[in-house]
Design a protein around this ligand. Structure first.
Ligand SMILES: O=c1nc[nH]c2c1ncn2[C@H]1C[C@H](O)[C@@H](COP(=O)(O)OP(=O)(O)OP(=O)(O)O)O1
Ligand SMILES: [Mg+2]
Length: 202
């Protein structure tokens, strides 16, 4: 029997997307809250390091394989900020409203053509806490920062992220559409292909 995979995230928005996407792939994950995993400190300087820190922490606490996601938004006009600090851009971790307000403020008066940005998602899958070869995948999603929020779906920076390929904000997209084309969707497709190649890494 396959062992359960722990999803090393406490972000409700991410967890929803993972449940849908992984469910479609026939992979079952359980959020780390079900195992009372204490949140890892994100002390890395890259998405890759932070994703591995989170996955390793969940493996260590549960003895199970774990999948972690470290993600964020890179804004060209701000030389890549907020980047790995996206969740704590305005100070308090996970205050989406404050983060979005600050980003809009920092881009006040900046021309549309200079508001380019992209989401990054790095996934790390570790089979056990000492796994020396974690599976690591990276997906990106290109867009630009809007001048105000629009749309009710998604989470985080979605209401201020304009998606040129769709002509609306990420938060205006139906969930299924976002999941197909987002940074997370792209990274997960790579993970799924690797699982299939390994003959089910679970
Ligand atoms: O699809 C997305 N749509 C909108 N915003 C997004 C997305 N993907 C990442 N983001 C933002 C949210 C948060 O500001 C940061 C992730 O920070 P990150 O540390 O990876 O996640 P987190 O602390 O919220 O949860 P956890 O570490 O428990 O997985 O990027
Ligand atoms: Mg985090």
């Amino acid at each position: 029997m396959n062992k359960a995979i722990v999803l090393a995230s406490n972000n409700a928005g991410k967890i929803k997307e993972f449940n849908t996407l992984l469910g479609d792939m026939g992979i079952e994950v359980k959020p780390q809250s079900e195992f009372d995993v204490v949140e890892a400190e994100e002390t890395g300087l890259t998405f890759i390091e932070n994703a591995i820190l989170k996955a390793r922490n969940a493996c260590a606490h549960t003895g199970l394989p774990a999948l972690a996601d470290d993600s964020g938004i890179e804004v060209d006009y701000l030389n890549g900020a907020p980047g790995i600090y996206s969740a704590r851009f305005a100070g308090e971790h996970g205050n989406n409203q404050a983060n979005n307000d600050l980003l809009i403020k920092k881009l006040e008066g900046v021309d549309e053509l200079e508001r380019t940005a992209r989401f990054h998602c790095v996934l790390a899958y570790m089979r056990h806490k000492d796994d020396p070869t974690p599976l690591v995948f990276h997906g990106t999603w290109e867009g630009r920062i809007l001048e105000s929020s629009t749309g009710q779906e998604g989470f985080g920076y979605d209401p201020i992220f304009y998606v040129p390929e769709c002509g609306c904000s990420a938060a205006s997209l139906p969930k299924e559409v976002k999941n197909q084309i987002s940074h997370r969707g792209k990274a997960l497709k790579q993970l799924f292909a690797a699982f299939q190649k390994e003959g089910n890494a679970q």
